[in-house]
Each structure stands twice: as C-alpha cells, then as structure tokens.
Design a protein around this ligand. Structure first.
Ligand code: NAD
Length: 179
C-alpha cells in the first residue's frame, strides 16, 4: 500500500516549479492532490500531467492573498472526500527592490501571500485535522528570510515568522491529542 493512499492533500502554488513537483510526488504516493494556484491554466496543466501518470488530482483556482479565498479553498477541498489530511503551504512570491523602489502594494502582497495566507489556511484546516485525529501541515520557508543583501529588501522576509507559527500549529494539535 502506498504511503498516502486514501488521503487528500492540498498544495498551494502547485502550478509552479516546486509546488508541481510536490503535487506529483504526493500523487505518486497515492494521495488525491488538490492542485491549487492563482494561475488557473498552470494548475490545470499540472492536473493533466498527474492524470496522465495514473494519479488523481483536482485543480482549484484560489488567490490565497485573500482570507475568504483561503477558507473557501479548504471548504471546497474537504468536500471532495469529507477529509483533508495534508496541507502544503508552498505558494510564495518574491518582489525584488529596495526600500525606496518597492511599492506599498509590493510590501502588502508579500506579507499577504508569504505569511498571512499560512495563518488563514492553518486556521481553516486545523479544526478539520483535530476532528479527524491528525494531519500534516508543511510550511515552505526561504533562505532569503535569513540573508541580508546590502542593496535589496527581500520581500520573502515575512517567511522569517514561519517557525513560530509551525510550532504553534503543532502545539495546538498536541493539546487536542491530534499530533
Ligand atoms: N525556487 C527557489 O529557489 C526557492 C528558494 C527558497 C524558497 N522558495 C520557496 O518555495 C516556494 C515555491 O517556489 P517556486 O520556485 O516553485 O516558485 P514559483 O514562482 O515557480 O511558484 C509559485 C507559485 O505560487 C503561485 N502564487 C503566487 N501568488 C499566489 C496567490 N496569491 N495565490 C495562489 N497562488 C499564488 C504562482 O502562480 C506560482 O505558480 C515559494 O514559497 C518560495 O518562496 C523557492
């Protein structure tokens, strides 16, 4: 039996490079993979590839910089099979610039996609995982959160805040006996 047989996994940013590889691997391990991305065509292409390899996947378009879209995505993914076992918070963006050249929008969308989305998606999925007695959440960070280049302001810096949020999710599940 494959390791993820019967499980449902959501991978954000799964139309992109790393996300599509994660989605294909989870599918090869037996999971039904929800391939979600703001880019509808990219997500559909990844689903076609998975199905061509004999796997099962569903494409869902969602802009995870939006809180309601995060909760809607989890609701829609859960409805597929009445379960949600794995959440991979992979989607991320990198707006390049320095303190003066970056716009307010660059700053806001970087926090919304790279950090806030994980907060909302974790809060949407945790009650379902706790009720089911377990689950797994993977948050993708970036080495750019730790590097301080002299001339640019890395907009992936919000990912510096990931480790505490990961510990918090785990502690929440442990307290309820789900991890
Ligand atoms: N590629 C690297 O060298 C590298 C290094 C360190 C960390 N990372 C991290 O790995 C993750 C994936 O990186 P990648 O190289 O595959 O990036 P990528 O650009 O190939 O893929 C990112 C995907 O996220 C999607 N996305 C962007 N904004 C979104 C939104 N608002 N809602 C939903 N989806 C959205 C994009 O459409 C894209 O398909 C990112 O979190 C990135 O920060 C990448």
């Amino acid at each position: 039996m494959k390791r993820f047989e019967g499980k449902v996994a959501v991978v954000t940013g799964a139309g992109g490079g790393i996300g599509s590889a994660i989605a294909r691997r989870l599918s090869a391990e037996g999971a039904l993979v929800v391939v979600t991305d703001v880019n509808t065509e990219a997500a559909a292409e990844v689903v076609s590839g998975i199905e061509a390899e004999g796997g099962r996947a569903a494409a869902m378009t969602a802009d995870i910089s939006n809180k309601a879209a995060c909760f809607g995505l989890i609701e829609q993914a859960f409805a597929l099979r009445g379960r949600l076992d794995v959440l991979v918070n992979n989607a991320g963006i990198n707006r390049r610039g320095n303190l003066l050249s970056l716009s307010d929008e660059d700053w806001d969308v970087s926090f919304a996609v790279n950090l806030d989305s994980m907060f909302h998606l974790c809060r949407a999925v945790l009650p379902l995982m706790i009720a089911a007695g377990g689950g797994a959440i993977v948050n993708t960070a970036s080495q750019w959160a730790f590097i301080r280049p002299p001339t640019t302001l890395p907009t992936t810096r919000p990912k510096l805040r990931l480790p505490p949020s990961r510990r918090t999710s785990h502690a929440t599940m442990r307290r309820t006996g789900s991890a």
